[in-house]
Design a protein around this ligand. Structure first.
Ligand SMILES: Cc1cc2nc3c(=O)[nH]c(=O)nc-3n(C[C@H](O)[C@H](O)[C@H](O)COP(=O)(O)OP(=O)(O)OC[C@H]3O[C@@H](n4cnc5c(N)ncnc54)[C@H](O)[C@@H]3O)c2cc1C
Length: 318
């Protein structure tokens, strides 16, 4: 079996969440497996220690990081190489690139895979959430064509890096000369403080917190707990908080140990981004709010009052 992992890394630091891909690949076939990796950007020292048989690397810089050229490079790479499985991890680049490759190459595509089981390589089943997390779909695909899979972060254990640095083959980014646009400048927005996908604890606010000032308490609590700040779309659309803090279908997909929600109803689009959290604790005045169905603990209370009491209690203990 031949598998290709495709990893994007815009930061200089090595994001070790990509190591989940290799645990996933090994779960497909433990014995007879050849893994090739194609990395875009990231720290070469770490990439050279990935547990793979062949390792390709494309340098990314501030000037050349655009999805069209990355797409072109992957397309050209796949023209010369055939794999049984092509595996991406869910991130902004993959969300854009994986479905286009699937369409152009006519390969099957299963996004958001969070579990897999098989009794043979011919009979692998992939599980992904559907209908905004309200159900699970089980997929099997005829294995006469490559399959593109996009796996969810924090769904698999991380494989270990190998102890030595192995050779990497460097490739150049294929510049698509027929691009119908030119990128003049890129501005990246990044929420203040701990990032949503790095945090063990996330504190989120929704429409129920009632206004921009409510987020001051959310931020204070997050600072006390060393947590990231999240928000529902209602709060983002009301401009109480930056879009970079959005959790959900159109925002960040998170899986912290603890997810605290204040005044969030639990719409399916919000749950799509947070239902992988290990523990959800919610504060809402409506005892029938659907977020309570997914919460380990639910508190029926005015969230603005509760958060002040909670902050006071935490301050007493610290
Ligand atoms: C295509 C599409 C994509 C979407 N993507 C996202 C997404 O990525 N993320 C997302 O969040 N949403 C998304 N939405 C919007 C989503 O459907 C909901 O509208 C949104 O999540 C609601 O946000 P909310 O829970 O803050 O507000 P509401 O649904 O209005 O809920 C507010 C809650 O606060 C409670 N409340 C009120 N006052 C208090 C109080 N004083 N104390 C405690 N509780 C109180 C209420 O009982 C209620 O349950 C998307 C929608 C669409 C159509």
């Amino acid at each position: 079996m031949k598998a290709l992992s495709i990893i994007f890394n815009e930061q200089e630091n090595f994001d070790d969440s990509c190591l989940e891909i290799f645990t996933f690949i090994k779960s497909l076939d433990k014995k007879n497996i050849e893994i090739t990796n194609l990395s875009f950007g990231g720290d070469k020292k770490y990439i050279s220690k990935l547990p793979v048989n062949k390792n390709f690397y494309v340098e990314l810089s501030e000037d050349n990081t655009n999805q069209i050229d990355i797409l072109k490079t992957i397309e050209n790479f796949l023209d010369d190489n055939i794999y049984d499985f092509i595996i991406f991890q869910k991130d902004d680049f993959s969300n854009y690139i994986a479905p286009i490759i699937s369409y152009k190459k006519n390969y099957a595509y299963i996004p958001d895979v969070k579990q897999t089981y098989s009794n043979s390589l011919e009979n692998i089943k992939f599980i992904r959430p559907v209908h905004g997390e309200s159900a699970e779909g089980i997929y099997s695909v005829k294995k006469n064509n490559p399959i593109i899979l996009k796996i969810r972060k924090n769904s698999f254990e991380k494989e270990f890096l190998i102890p030595i640095e192995k050779d990497i083959t460097e490739l150049l980014l294929d510049i698509d000369k027929n691009k119908s646009f030119t990128i003049i400048e890129t501005f990246k927005t990044k929420p203040e403080g701990l990032q949503l996908d790095e945090a063990e604890i996330v504190v989120s606010g929704g429409r129920g917190i009632g206004g921009k000032e409510g987020f001051e308490n959310i931020k204070n609590l997050a600072a006390l707990l060393n947590a990231a700040v999240g928000a529902s779309r209602a709060a983002v659309e009301a401009e109480w908080i930056e879009p970079g803090n959005l959790v959900g279908l159109t925002g960040k997909w998170i899986s912290p140990n603890l997810y605290l929600t204040f005044g969030i109803s639990g719409a399916s689009q919000h749950l799509a981004g947070c239902s992988n959290s290990k523990n959800i604790v919610s504060i809402n005045t409506d005892p029938d709010a659907s977020i309570f169905k997914y919460s380990k603990f639910g508190i029926v209370e005015d969230c603005n009052k509760f958060i002040i009491d909670l902050i006071e209690e935490i301050k007493k203990t610290s």
